[in-house]
Design a binder for this molecule. Structure first.
Ligand code: ACO
Length: 335
């Protein structure tokens, strides 16, 4: 059996911040942001939470799928920016939906998170363990941004997307995923600082003398990025993994109706289209309105394209994610 998407949903925060709005509070311009990234606006959470937006997106997806929350057997959340370190986002969504029969857990694979979660759903469904799974990609990245760092904060936004999959004869035809931890610091966000009462004592021996100097840990809780390295990684790796997934599915790029890529940067998407020798019409985008929403980018785009009625049953779709880790993945599916 294969995982087939039965419904999608998405949710953006109410507050819409344009490039011009940003240029009033920092040294940037619509021209700089738009010409380098294609981004025109982003939505930022004020009252909204990662879980709240996820629940809204999930309800839309369930409704389209004609499924009740109690029917769900699994919920996979993909996020870097859950509201809490514990409980996981997926468990908060489970509680709010009343999906009492679902097992729920999160995956952390940054901008590839939704694609990785979809691959996991496919593996569970193929194995026969589960048949009905909700997948969520959701972020409140605005809380991970250094709003004094114009090179990163202008790129990202907040939002959530969801898809309900079920076991069917048709659906996911191929999955490819990869990671390169050696290049992890190209795009990073530090965790919390260690703060236990023994922090002033050297870890090698608590009884050793002259070891009471405070450890000089540089603590930086914000997203940091080497944009040019990320760009080089993306334009090389994304076409390669899409080609690998298409080969697995015994398809050529010409056979694909839509390529739905992680919405990091329009120039990356244009470069992938060029390398695959495909027209940009096959590469829908939502980054002009949403910015980069990491794990939420792909499911939000999928929902927008679905609700615009652009895809029809039987279409061949490629989803591709890439980002921190470094991580990347592509899925070929029949809509
Ligand atoms: N507004 C105005 N000027 C800015 C801004 C800003 N928001 N940010 C940086 N600058 C300035 C810099 O200070 C620098 O000025 P200087 O030359 O006087 O030092 C100049 O613009 C050029 O800065 P670069 O960082 O070299 O800008 P670059 O041309 O590389 O563009 C960008 C940055 C758009 C991020 C680019 O590297 C890129 O496309 N990267 C791809 C990766 C990407 O999009 N990442 C998004 C998230 S990662 C992911 O989702 C996988």
């Amino acid at each position: 059996m294969r995982a087939r998407i039965a419904g999608t949903g998405s949710c953006l925060p109410k507050l819409r911040v344009t490039n011009d709005d940003l240029s009033r509070i920092m040294d940037t311009s619509d021209e700089w942001i738009r010409s380098r990234t294609g981004i025109g606006a982003r939505h930022l959470a004020v009252e909204e939470t990662t879980a709240g937006m996820s629940v809204s997106a999930a309800r839309m997806a369930l409704e389209e799928a004609g499924m009740q929350p109690e029917e769900l057997e699994m919920i996979i959340g993909a996020t870097l920016s859950a509201d809490h370190i514990a409980p996981p986002l997926s468990c908060e969504v489970q509680r709010e939906l009343g999906a009492v029969h679902a097992v729920a857990f999160d995956v952390c694979a940054a901008c590839s998170g939704f694609v990785f979660a979809l691959n996991m759903a496919q593996a569970y469904i193929q194995s026969g363990m589960y048949r009905k799974i909700l997948i969520i990609g959701a972020e409140t990245l605005s809380k991970l941004m250094d709003w004094n760092d114009r090179s990163t904060c202008v790129l990202f936004g907040d939002g959530a997307g969801a898809a309900v999959v079920y076991a069917d004869e048709e659906g996911i035809r191929a999955c490819v995923q990869g990671s390169d931890g050696a290049k992890g610091m190209v795009l990073s966000c530090a965790g919390r600082q260690i703060q236990h009462p023994f922090i002033k004592i050297a870890p090698s021996s608590v009884s050793e003398e002259n070891t009471s100097e405070p450890r000089k840990t540089v603590y930086d809780p914000y997203v940091r990025m080497n944009g040019q390295e990320v760009y080089k990684f993306a334009v090389r790796t994304v076409p390669m993994c899409i080609q690998q997934a298409l080969k697995q599915a015994d398809l050529e790029p010409d056979d694909v109706d839509f390529f739905l890529l992680h919405q990091a940067n329009l120039r990356i998407i244009e470069s992938v289209a060029k390398r695959l020798k495909q027209p940009m019409e096959k590469f829908p985008v939502c980054l002009e309105e949403c910015g980069n929403i990491s794990a939420a980018s792909v499911p939000i785009l999928l929902d927008h394209v679905n609700r615009e009625g652009r895809m029809k049953r039987g279409d061949r779709i490629v989803l591709a994610g890439f980002g921190a880790g470094l991580t990347w993945g592509a899925v070929v599916l029949t809509w």
